[in-house]
Design a protein around this ligand. Structure first.
Ligand code: NI
Length: 135
């Protein structure tokens, strides 16, 4: 039987949305104040979902204490209080939108979670704006 287990996490990070191949005018027209030169911050809320089989011996899909540790080491320690554009090389050539950040987080988690399961990342950039990436 398959079921979904979930874990919430949180980090703060700064970014700006800016396409370096565009003029300042086009960036402002596209991204508005999110393209502000001097960056701005978000309180990101993260939900990680694992959809998989319940292990017969443990009764669990995945140990949530282990998932907590993986999210801390793979996501929070890397991103918390960082400037995504400057501190994270992945965003040298990608715009750190919630879409791209959720895929980045998904890829980090996929490498660290060693069971056969579907992983979903739900990332809230604001209380009302969020993105889901599942694969
Ligand atoms: Ni922003």
């Amino acid at each position: 039987m398959k079921i979904t287990v979930c874990r919430k996490a949180h980090f703060n990070a700064a970014h700006k949305l800016y396409n370096k191949n565009w003029s300042k005018e086009k960036n402002t027209a596209t991204f508005g104040k999110c393209s502000n030169d001097n960056f701005h911050g978000h309180n990101y809320e993260l939900i990680v979902k694992l959809y998989g089989e319940i292990d017969k011996e443990t009764g669990m899909v995945f140990d949530l204490a282990k998932l907590k540790g993986i999210i801390k080491s793979e996501v929070e320690d890397l991103l918390d209080h960082k400037n995504l554009n400057i501190d994270i090389p992945y965003f040298n050539d990608k715009i750190p939108t919630t879409e791209n950040l959720s895929i980045f987080i998904w890829e980090k988690l996929r490498k660290a979670i060693d069971i056969d399961c579907k992983i979903s990342v739900i990332l809230y950039e604001t209380p009302r704006n969020f993105v889901e990436y599942t694969a």
